[in-house]
Design a protein around this ligand. Structure first.
Ligand SMILES: [Zn+2]
Length: 302
C-alpha cells in the first residue's frame, strides 16, 4: 500500500447512549500483520475506550468512515481469500441455519455482510428465499452469481428494502466492523416483519480469547460487545432478546467433528445452551463468558 497520508483522528460519541464521557480501556501497538494498513492510516497504536455511562467499549478516536473506505474498501488483498472463508464457515453456518429453523421454518431471509454467500447457500437449500447485502464488491459479485441474484452491493442503508419485508435477518461477524451499529440495527428493525427474527453474532469482549488480544488489534473491529452492551443496544433499537448463546472455545480436534455433533446431538447442545442463557448476564459475562462468540436472537418489540 502506497498511501502515506496521515489521516486526522476524530472523537466520536458512544454509539449506544450518545455520551462523550469515556475512559481509556486499552491501548495497543501496531501488530505486524496489519502494519501496512496502520501505516496507511498514519498511526502506530489504537485506543479503545469504555463509555462511562453505559459501559460500551469501542475504538476512539478513529479516522472517519470515508477515510477508512479509501484505505480498505476496494482492496481485496486485505480480506481473506474466499476458499478460506468458505471452508472455515460452512459447518458453522449449517449449524446456524438449524438453529434459526427452531424459530422460523422458512420465509425471506436477509444476511447482512453476507460475504461469499455461504450462509445464504445453506439457507436456500433449506427452502428460504434468500437476500444478501455486502459492502465488498468482489465477494458480493461472487455471492450474487452463486445464488442467482438477490445480493445488493453496498451499505444496508442504501439498499432501500421495503418496510417489514423480511422474516429473518442475520448478521454474522458484522456489527463489530460497521461504523455505527445503532444505525444498522435501526434500519434492520424497519425492514423486519412484526413477527420477524434477528440473529446477531459478534466476538465476545469478555471471552478469554479477547483477553489474549485476538480481537483488539484487528483494525477492522471498531466495536467490542459484551452480552450486556449488545442487549442494551438491541433494546435501544426496538428489539427484545429471545435467547443468547455463547460459542464455547472448542479445540481443533472437536471442531473436526462439529458437523456430526450437530447432526446427532444438535438438540441436546441447543437445550444446554438455552438453559445456560437463562443465567443473568452479569454471571455469563464474568463466569461462563469464556465463549469467543456471542449469538443473540431477538424479536421486534411490540
Ligand atoms: Zn454509552
Amino acid at each position: 500500500m502506497e498511501t502515506v497520508t496521515k489521516f486526522e483522528l476524530v472523537e466520536i460519541p458512544c454509539d449506544i447512549c450518545g455520551s462523550m464521557q469515556s475512559r481509556i480501556y486499552k491501548e495497543y501497538k501496531t501488530p505486524v500483520e496489519y502494519q501496512d494498513i496502520y501505516n496507511a492510516i498514519g498511526y502506530t497504536h489504537q485506543q479503545v475506550v469504555q463509555c462511562q455511562k453505559c459501559g460500551f467499549i469501542f475504538n476512539n478516536p478513529r479516522i472517519t468512515e470515508e477515510q477508512f473506505k479509501i484505505i480498505s474498501g476496494t482492496d481485496p488483498e486485505v480480506w481473506r481469500p474466499k476458499e478460506i472463508v468458505i471452508s472455515r464457515r460452512k459447518d458453522f453456518f449449517e449449524a446456524q441455519i438449524k438453529l434459526i429453523m427452531r424459530y422460523k421454518k422458512g420465509g425471506k431471509l436477509l444476511d447482512i455482510g453476507c460475504s461469499y454467500g455461504t450462509l445464504l447457500e445453506t439457507a436456500k437449500e433449506k427452502g428460504f428465499q434468500v437476500y444478501g447485502c455486502e459492502i465488498q464488491e468482489h465477494s458480493a459479485k461472487y455471492a450474487d452469481v452463486a445464488l442467482e441474484g438477490g445480493v445488493f452491493c453496498g451499505k444496508l442503508e442504501s439498499a432501500n428494502y421495503p418496510a417489514q419485508f423480511f422474516d429473518v435477518i442475520t448478521m454474522y461477524a458484522l456489527l463489530e466492523h460497521v461504523w455505527s451499529p445503532r444505525t444498522v440495527l435501526i434500519e434492520a428493525n424497519r425492514i423486519l416483519k412484526k413477527t420477524g427474527l434477528i440473529i446477531i453474532n459478534v466476538p465476545n469482549v469478555n471471552s478469554e480469547i479477547a483477553e489474549k488480544n485476538l480481537f483488539w488489534w484487528n483494525p477492522y473491529h471498531f466495536s467490542h460487545f459484551s452480552s450486556k452492551t449488545l442487549e442494551n443496544l438491541l433494546g435501544v433499537c426496538g428489539f427484545k432478546v429471545a435467547n443468547r448463546l455463547f460459542t464455547p472455545f472448542v479445540p481443533r480436534w472437536v471442531k473436526k467433528y462439529q458437523r456430526q455433533i450437530y447432526r446427532y446431538l444438535g438438540g441436546v447442545v441447543f437445550l444446554i445452551q438455552k438453559s445456560i442463557s437463562k443465567f443473568p448476564s452479569c454471571i455469563l459475562d464474568k463466569g461462563i463468558g469464556v465463549g469467543s462468540g456471542l449469538t443473540i436472537i431477538a424479536n421486534k418489540q411490540e
